[in-house]
Design a protein. Structure first.
Length: 247
């Protein structure tokens, strides 16, 4: 009988970010009190699952999200740089307020190519590193499950690739909420399904958490968002063939 392996991609919880900075790969951005509670809720949701490996991005918010599930499962957290947040030219800048990046015309040159994209790490590069770490986690947890803690854009991009969908998209339309799980089920080496759940969904809604990360960057940017980025959105939520490229 062919072995079934599940790789869960967990987005970190809410981050303490009172200044509304696009923190990206910057150090010293930690979970908020709500984010810490989200991590505990996720731990309860996964503690009875057959998870034998917990891997995490090196960023503090990801490590802090990984810690409670790892403790509940009796596992150590393995840090893997391939799970890190995507690079972004606006890292360190404010996303809201009178001094946000969209108030500076010098920022506009970075919105010329939504297909690559021109403001950050190439989507194809993200697919390559995420596929590699998922393949390694699948091998390490063969016949069981693995939990990988990462960030919204890397998780969403590898899901789009897995479902055979285009990689360019409106960042505000990603289905990858804080502390959500995107679960890839493999039969042997073949991906057979992609699932999505929000273990901390009730807490997220109760807290009224605002968009964070790159999605927050574009949250109120209709006046400058490239038209190409908005075109064809009607089919963004329709999954296509589910196969990770190269698998």
């Amino acid at each position: 009988m062919t072995e079934m392996t599940i790789v869960h991609l967990l987005r970190h919880g809410e981050v303490h970010n009172p200044r509304g900075v696009l923190y990206g790969r910057l150090p010293d951005y930690h979970l908020s009190e709500t984010g810490l509670r989200m991590a505990e809720v996720v731990a309860k949701a996964v503690e009875s699952r057959d998870i034998v490996a917990v891997w995490s991005s090196p960023m503090e918010r990801a490590q802090e999200t990984a810690a409670p599930p790892a403790k509940a499962l009796g596992l150590e957290v393995t840090t893997d740089d391939r799970l890190i947040e995507a690079g972004n030219v606006f890292e360190g800048l404010r996303m809201a307020g009178s001094d946000n990046v969209f108030r500076d015309p010098r920022s506009y040159r970075y919105f010329t190519n939504p297909f690559r994209p021109s403001w950050g790490e190439p989507y194809l590069d993200i697919v390559a590193r995420m596929k590699a770490v998922i393949d390694d986690a699948r091998a390490a947890a063969r016949g069981h499950e693995a939990l990988l803690v990462s960030h919204q854009l890397p998780i969403w991009i590898i899901r789009l690739a897995a479902e055979g969908r285009r990689l360019w998209h409106d960042p505000r339309r990603r289905q990858c909420a804080l502390a959500s799980l995107t679960s890839l089920t493999f039969e042997g080496g073949r991906l057979i399904s992609v699932g999505y759940s929000e273990p901390a969904g009730a807490l997220l809604r109760a807290s009224g958490a605002q968009p964070q990360g790159e999605a927050a960057l574009f949250d109120k940017a209709d006046e400058v968002l490239p038209e190409a980025l908005r075109a064809g959105q009607e089919d963004e939520e329709t999954p296509g063939p589910r196969s990770v490229p190269g698998a």
